[in-house]
Design a protein around this ligand. Structure first.
Ligand code: C2E
Ligand code: MG
Ligand code: MG
Ligand code: MG
Length: 283
């Protein structure tokens, strides 16, 4: 927002802007407190492959707010990004994710469980991002091949060459990349082909109307074919019904996550889910 200057040189806000400004100040203060008081937690939403085997989870950030209860990322992530606090938060997300993954892998005696972590544009653009990831992997003892990083199309637009170079560095270490919310951005096919991607995640907006809407179905079919052409795994997010799952399977998409299987779960509930669905991994 712009601060308008009036005749006498004093800046003024209208009431609405003033309210917003004080909300932002409070949020900035509370987010700093949340970081230092360890109020951030990860929830884990199972990711499955047909016919219902859990391959791992997507880590999703939650804030255990002292008075407002558990808050989802939509309540604070944009502000965290604008204010730069996302750098601290993103780092602690990666640390927590890798610590948890190491624990699960030790318990299960296998390294086959995968964890997918959302990375913000600003975080990925940091010159020392690769070094940070390496340090966190070493510290946690997690194998790089079980870590997946989720990027979005919008963050590929600027500095494309730099993004590709950084992705290649991390890919060489064994880390895999997913393109999140695919279909909502503006990736050109030429760009897509040059990215060292492993997975396309079909945005849940398309999955949502898959059954009723032929256009949505055509889009999903196209994304799946595109993924296959590029040699990528295609995962559908936001699967909520059996009918949606059936259409996805018919269209050739065998990886999925969504409320139909499980919501994002606290770690203990994810472990319980895993015991029921993760065949052959010692749970
Ligand atoms: P996303 O990465 O696309 O994550 C999927 C979102 O869809 C999650 O919302 C998940 O709870 C929700 N979801 C999953 N299955 C279903 C379903 O069947 N139906 C419906 N309606 N929703 C479903 P959530 O947890 O609120 O996260 C929202 C967004 O916040 C994420 O979208 C991601 O962009 C961002 N985010 C979450 N955690 C992090 C993080 O650690 N770092 C960063 N930078 N961003 C994060
Ligand atoms: Mg994601
Ligand atoms: Mg998504
Ligand atoms: Mg999303």
């Amino acid at each position: 927002h712009q601060v308008k200057a009036v005749g006498n040189g004093l800046a003024f806000f209208d009431a609405e802007m003033q309210l917003q400004a004080s909300r932002r100040l409070l949020l900035a203060h509370e987010l700093r407190e949340a970081i230092s008081n360890d109020q951030f937690e990860l929830y884990f939403q199972p990711q499955l492959v047909h016919p219902g085997v859990v391959t791992g989870a997507e880590a999703l950030l939650r804030w255990r707010h002292p008075t407002r209860g558990i808050l989802g990322p939509y309540e604070f992530i944009d502000f965290a990004e604008e204010s730069g606090l996302i750098l601290l938060i993103g780092e602690l997300v990666l640390r927590k994710a890798c610590q948890q993954l190491a624990l699960w892998q030790r318990q299960a005696g296998t390294s086959r469980l995968e964890l997918s972590v959302n990375i913000s544009a600003r975080q990925f653009q940091q010159p020392d991002f690769t070094a940070l990831v390496i340090e966190i992997l070493q510290q946690s003892g997690v194998d790089a091949t079980s870590l997946k990083l989720e990027l979005t199309e919008s963050m590929l637009v600027d500095n494309f060459e730099q993004v590709v170079a950084k992705m290649q560095q991390l890919r060489a270490l064994g880390i895999r990349f997913a393109l999140d919310d695919f279909g909502t951005g503006y990736s050109s096919l030429v760009y897509l082909k040059r990215l060292p991607l492993y997975q396309l995640k079909i945005d849940r907006g398309f999955v949502d109307e898959l059954v009723q809407d032929d256009n949505q179905q055509a889009i999903v079919r196209t994304i799946i074919m595109l993924g296959q052409t590029l040699g990528l795994e295609v995962l559908a997010e936001g699967v909520e019904t059996e009918a949606q799952l059936k259409s996805l399977l018919q269209l050739g998409c065998y990886h999925y996550q969504g409320y139909y299987f499980a919501r994002p779960l606290p770690h203990s509930e994810f472990e319980h889910f895993l015991r029921q669905h993760h065949a052959g991994l010692g749970y």
